[in-house]
Design a protein around this ligand. Structure first.
Ligand SMILES: [Zn+2]
Length: 400
């Protein structure tokens, strides 16, 4: 057993705090725009756990977070002209509410669209907010929308959410594959994203889609909030082969902090029974399919599942389990291919890592495990920024 004196422990903690402050820390996936849409939502308020907000200005300060991607997230709906029109309005409302927040707190937050700009912003004081579009559904069948969202500030597009769409297959569509990867239109979309300098995000996609993106993209791709299947066997995580192939192509996986994806959960018999009854009632194979329900069923089903979680709680995974995820990516893919994409405000909560304010405890755990300043800088932003720069440089210049 390693022995440590209180003085050595204090030195370690001081060093970890310093390394955390010195690293440029970036979280590549926060669902905060959903909260910004809540009437009366106040970013300056330090929300309690029951107030369901894991990102606010006091927490960002406490967590020493320098930059974040805020996800403009939309669920999948009908692939019809009316469906596309309606979802584009929803997307517009989210861009607006982000812009409003940035206008409201100019000393605290500012929009960033490149790594250099993010660093300049932070040196001047505010934290840098990037934008990602989660689900390409609003693109519909018209690729010009990719350029529209790029111009609004989006720098990655998560190709799908819990269901298949016009561009690709999802990892969790209850009906199974539709295109067996990217559709022909999806292949065009990847070319257009390469042209624009928009990162391709394969979180939520099926394995076939992931491999089609690897083959079809001229520049590295990312998984903005996913983990390792070796530690939690869910289709939302990446197999060891996928981790290695992603790294080989120069990409990065940003480890998700959603407890069920961090480590296989231990569920009591009563919980398993309750989940089985829930799935039978809503006609689902697994709980993961709940987001694929029609919108009218999704809300009551999620509310029912939230009650089930209170009645039959599962112990939350921990900061050490996240560090295990990072260790595993490092073993399989190398230190240059891992980062953090929390999914805070989107369901993630861990024991000891309940919100962005707790991020220093993750750095502490990594320092305990021997990660050094250079490693921490790569994990906390260097790797994603490398991909971002490569993708921006890979932009096809217009022909003269
Ligand atoms: Zn997601």
């Amino acid at each position: 057993m390693p022995t440590t004196t209180p003085a050595a422990e204090a030195r370690l903690q001081t060093r970890a705090r310093l390394l955390h402050e010195r690293a440029f820390t970036l979280d590549s996936h926060q669902d905060t725009p959903g909260n910004l849409l809540r009437p009366g939502f106040d970013l300056t308020h330090d929300h309690r756990p029951d107030e369901k907000a894991q990102v606010d200005l006091p927490k960002l300060r406490r967590g020493g977070l320098d930059a974040a991607f805020w996800a403009v997230y939309v669920g999948q709906g009908p692939r019809t002209a009316e469906g596309y029109a309606a979802i584009r309005q929803e997307v517009e409302a989210q861009f607006r509410v982000i812009e409003q927040a940035l206008r409201h707190y100019p000393r605290e937050l500012a929009l960033a669209t490149s790594p250099d700009q993010a660093r300049r912003i932070r040196r001047a004081g505010p934290r840098a907010i990037f934008i990602g579009l989660e689900n390409s559904y609003p693109v519909g069948l018209d690729l010009r929308w990719l350029e529209t969202y790029y111009r609004r500030g989006a720098r990655y597009v998560t190709l799908c959410h819990s269901s298949n769409n016009d561009i690709c297959d999802s990892a969790t569509d209850p009906t199974g594959p539709e295109h067996h990867g990217l559709s022909d239109f999806g292949r065009e979309a990847i070319r257009e994203m390469n042209r624009l300098g928009l990162m391709v995000d394969t979180s939520h996609t099926s394995d076939d889609t992931f491999y089609d993106c690897l083959a079809g993209s001229r520049v590295p791709i990312i998984a903005s909030h996913s983990g390792c299947r070796a530690l939690s066997d869910t289709p939302r995580n990446l197999s060891d082969a996928m981790l290695r192939d992603l790294a080989h192509a120069g990409g990065v996986v940003q480890v998700n902090l959603f407890s069920p994806y961090v480590k296989t959960e231990v569920k009591s018999a009563a919980r398993q029974q309750a989940e089985a009854a829930f799935c039978a009632k809503w006609g689902l194979k697994t709980f993961l399919n709940v987001y694929a329900l029609p919108a009218a069923d999704r809300t009551p089903a999620l509310a029912e599942y939230a009650r089930l979680e209170v009645d039959f709680p599962v112990p939350l995974n921990t900061v050490a389990d996240v560090a295990d995820q990072i260790d595993h990516v490092v073993q399989q893919a190398g230190i240059d291919h891992v980062g953090i994409g929390s999914d805070f405000d989107g369901g993630s909560v861990l024991n000891g890592l309940a919100d962005v304010g707790d991020f220093p405890s993750l750095t502490l755990e990594l320092v305990r495990r021997g990660y050094r300043a250079r490693d921490l800088n790569r994990i906390w932003s260097g790797n994603l920024f490398r991909v971002m720069r490569t993708v921006a440089r890979g932009k096809v210049r217009p022909a003269r």
